[in-house]
Design a protein. Structure first.
Length: 512
């Protein structure tokens, strides 16, 4: 079936008709920064953190539980393996990490939407993982597959979003052991942007690779990176066998993994910025090094998901200065390793898309831009500390991602930007509204939100005095009403459907 799909992709009347009738929504190219990174750590501080991380790996070590294959690889590489504890000699992890590529091109099925992760680039991807969804009409509820598909459609139509993401919400109406198949098929068929694979079990990672073989061709997948997937480390310093099994599948098949500690400062790492950065670096060095033991040159992204904690309630807090310091510092450490960097997002602990959500999200998005992040997961839609994917906040955040694009351009200084003709034309006491320079540049001079309200009070009042959430609700409805599915060869769609049906029939449903 997959072989016939690949033949059909090369031509045929059905494919040409599908391409002619397709509606393509504008997507901005991934961000290429023309501004400096913000750096908070001195050279001395960086060296201290690096030395301390090496000491953690050598003296304390990390755990690889229930994973004899990983332990054998470490032992062969020269690590001291005692039980499940792996102590890595000073310099070994860093040496292993040196074979990882500094940039990764992730191919999309629409090649105009390929992304390059690394260097001075920033790729934006939506929220990942919440079991609940929220909208103004239905409130907070468990997510369904229908909700998942709506988020994929919104992501496809969002101009400033470069990536379709992965588990944009957890569809709880589909069995746990089978929902990854439906989620992957949705990304592959409802969008033509890049997407993420499944990591909840090694066999599901293999299903992801196999489905990509149908979509792109088996040989193409082995020679190109078509997925980026999230591998979380169980901080402090534990690499569980499920995540490492998924990492192994992806590394062996040339697919990219984000190797990322999941840290709530004060609970899973020290309360100090320097102490947390030491642990982050030690964990990512060990995880990335392991990927290179599996396959030297396997594409990886250094991740850092770090939040602080409210010491009264124990709840995670977002948009805080300490989280910013850690994000900036981890960016410096990633650049010294010459690796792509993942961090930041539209983080908030708020229960609603309100002022708290806006403040915390704005802080988090801007720190991501300035810290040199190359892949920003959770760039839109995150609510309630990551428990909820919000439809309204998704489009509110996606709109604000446009500001990151414009900030990243930096300041132009060519003859047109200097505007000396305009200054001479207007002179003292005049105004610039009608001058030639303004008339020539006004269409592109300023970034403008497609969502926020700038109307006079009277017009705003006459139109129903709508707040931002109301405007976002209307925008969600309009985007979903306007959605048209991107063209896909019918033979490929049939092959994907057959694969999903076969895999679902192969085992009984499980909701645990």
């Amino acid at each position: 079936m997959a072989e016939s799909a690949r033949r059909a992709r090369g031509g045929g009347g059905a494919a040409r008709r599908a391409a002619r009738t397709a509606v393509s929504f504008e997507t901005a190219r991934y961000i290429e920064r023309n501004i400096p990174n913000f750096e908070v750590l001195t050279e001395e501080a960086l060296e201290i953190i690096e030395q301390n991380a090496d000491a953690v790996l050598e003296e304390i070590g990390v755990n690889f539980p229930d994973n004899p294959e990983a332990l054998a690889l470490w032992r062969e590489a020269g690590a001291d393996v005692q039980g499940e504890r792996v102590r890595i000699p000073r310099g070994l992890a860093r040496k292993l990490c040196s074979t990882a590529p500094s940039t990764i091109t992730q191919v999309a099925r629409n090649r105009d939407r390929d992304v390059v992760i690394g260097g001075r680039n920033l790729v934006l991807a939506p929220v990942y993982g919440p079991p609940f969804v929220r909208d103004a009409a239905g409130g907070r509820r468990y997510a369904t597959m229908a909700d998942f598909e709506k988020f994929v459609k919104l992501g496809y139509m969002s101009k400033w979003l470069h990536h379709s993401g992965g588990t944009v919400c957890e569809p709880t109406d589909i069995p746990v052991n089978k929902r990854h198949l439906d989620m992957l098929r949705a990304h592959m068929t409802l969008s033509d942007k890049p997407f993420m694979g499944s990591v909840t079990e090694p066999s599901r990672a293999q299903d992801s690779v196999d489905m990509c073989g149908i979509l792109f061709g088996k040989d193409f997948v082995q020679e190109n990176t078509v997925m980026t997937s999230l591998i979380n480390i169980n901080s402090p310093m534990t690499f569980d066998d499920v995540m490492m099994g998924a990492l192994k599948v992806y590394a062996e098949n040339n697919q990219a993994c984000i190797i990322s500690p999941f840290i709530v400062g004060g609970a899973m790492a020290p309360v100090s910025v320097a102490g947390t950065l030491t642990q982050v670096l030690a964990e990512t060095l060990a995880g990335i090094a392991y990927s290179q033991l599996v396959r030297p040159g396997a594409p990886v992204i250094m991740g850092a998901f770090v939040t602080s904690i409210d010491m009264n309630s124990g709840a995670p807090t977002f948009g805080t200065p300490e989280a910013a310091h850690i994000t900036y510092g981890a960016g410096q450490l990633a650049r010294r390793l010459n690796l792509p960097y993942r961090s930041a997002g539209s983080f908030t602990g708020s229960k609603l898309p309100d002022a708290q959500a806006a403040y915390e999200t704005s802080n988090s998005l801007n720190m991501g831009l300035l810290s040199g992040v190359n892949f920003m997961l959770h760039a839109c839609g995150w609510l309630e500390g990551g428990l909820v994917s919000s439809f309204e906040k998704f489009v509110m955040d996606a709109d604000q991602l446009g500001t990151l694009h414009h900030l990243a351009r930096g300041v132009e200084i060519d003859e047109n930007a200097q505007a000396m003709d305009a200054i001479r034309e207007v002179g003292p006491g005049g105004h610039y509204l009608g001058c030639a320079h303004t008339q020539s540049n006004f269409r592109d001079a300023f970034w403008k939100s497609d969502l926020l309200d700038y109307k006079p009070f009277e017009t705003w009042s006459d139109e129903g005095a709508r707040d931002t959430q109301s405007l976002a609700t209307a925008r969600v409805e309009k985007m979903l009403a306007d959605y048209q599915q991107p063209a896909l060869d019918p033979a490929i769609r049939e092959a994907l459907d057959a694969f999903v049906a076969t895999r679902k029939a192969a085992e009984p449903d499980s909701f645990s």
